[in-house]
Design a protein around this ligand. Sequence first.
Ligand SMILES: Cc1cc2nc3c(=O)[nH]c(=O)nc-3n(C[C@H](O)[C@H](O)[C@H](O)COP(=O)(O)OP(=O)(O)OC[C@H]3O[C@@H](n4cnc5c(N)ncnc54)[C@H](O)[C@@H]3O)c2cc1C
Length: 463
Amino acid sequence: MITVIGGGPAGRFAATYLASAGEKVRIIEKSGNLGGQCLKYGCMVTCGLNDAARNLNQLAKLRKSGVLDAGADAHVSMQNLWKELGAIQNTIFKVLDNEANLAGIEVITGEVSLAGRDIYINGALLQQSDADKILIATGSYPIIPKIKGIDLKGVYNPHTLQSLKEVPKDLLIIGGGVIAAEYAYIFSQFGSNVTVVCRSAFLRDKPERLIYCARKEMPDVSVREYTLVEELKSAEGSDSSGFVVSAVLKSGKNREEIPCDAVIVASGLRPRSDNLKGIALDDNGAVIVDDRFRTNVDGVYAAGDITGKVFLTPYARMQGIAAAKSILGEPVPKIPEYIPQSVKLFYEHTFCNMSSGSSEGEKAGETMREFSLPAPAGPGSIWSVSERYTGSSSIRVDAKSGTVKGIHLSSPSSGTVGAYMAYLMEKSLNVKDFGSFLEVHPSTDGLYMLVKYGDTLLTKETK
Ligand SMILES: Cc1cc2nc3c(=O)[nH]c(=O)nc-3n(C[C@H](O)[C@H](O)[C@H](O)COP(=O)(O)OP(=O)(O)OC[C@H]3O[C@@H](n4cnc5c(N)ncnc54)[C@H](O)[C@@H]3O)c2cc1C
């Protein structure tokens, strides 16, 4: 018997692989539903919110250009949005339950505490044999910074956001990463006055052009970099159980109090290892695994966000399958070096191995060159041409070999394009490889053009 603790992307994919190999598998999931954060609080929820926000944004553009008659402004009902999104989540929960059922996976609802190899479900010891194996896939949870007043009503995080009843008038977002940026865009389109407060730079380490595009898509959002939220206050002070009404910000020696009727904490994720005893953890609480996903305890493996590597669904899924293969004694596939990721705003801003000013993936002897072009107009960006903003794409190329080492693409469909490009980069994509590439037109994918252009420029340089 193999026990998988946690029914998120890592746990589900591992369990399905193991069951299809003929193993007896059970998933123990505390929330009562399979799908993990991705479905309950993360990717799917942000996707639903972003779709609504982008449609409002597109409507506003069409109104501004006179293509649509200026009618009454569209408003978002948060209560209806959550109701509809909840119904969609319920449909997907059923699909996942059905899949588990068909695969022959037993699903148990309960909270696990692990002490070495001993599994306790809601405090009761589970009988196991010595040959049984365990996979820890307990994922991660939002980091809540220690700020005075953080427990006030009206302060949300990705796990509690679905209790926000109205579009806030003045929204404060704490955090400067991808999730913070996505919430900032969404709520600015919903009509909130949004202030983003980040301890360091906004979208730190992301490609410079991506940051430029992101800021362009949220012109009304006030971004306070290198600023701390010192205190959140209600009308009765920060120790009360009242609703948040203001925040005290501190930047250098300056203090400022700004109004806010809601706060979203988007300060990153932390591995969920509180219930694990006797399992070796690193300083961030991530379970330490070797290259076969084995922990320090014999027969106990770990995969997904709990390993603290990359907090992304496809990565968690891939690790889950790799850990399952390891449990079965099969060769474990190499996890790719090139990991594509997106920030979803009006456009999708996809990047891979391309941080601002970085030398990621750079080995001795490689001479990196960067090229960029505006993205072409096409579906999803044609009505932005009048704003002179169709997005942008950039590549990093090793000038000696012509191998593409990094990409950034801000365009409506960049998530799909970027994922294939990352795959090709893993296979050592060269600027010469796109010579006979035929695109579908009209498309907003400017990357293939850029790769062709990179070839022309590098060839000129070497002449
Ligand atoms: C707001 C937000 C937006 C995101 N957007 C994206 C995105 O656009 N794209 C992307 O790729 N990724 C995104 N992510 C990240 C993605 O959701 C995670 O990387 C992914 O869900 C990790 O999968 P996992 O299986 O490792 O863990 P999780 O999804 O966290 O699942 C772990 C499961 O284990 C259960 N569990 C935990 N402890 C116990 C216990 N003791 N006993 C029993 N069960 C337990 C939990 O209830 C949960 O169901 C986002 C995350 C958030 C929060």
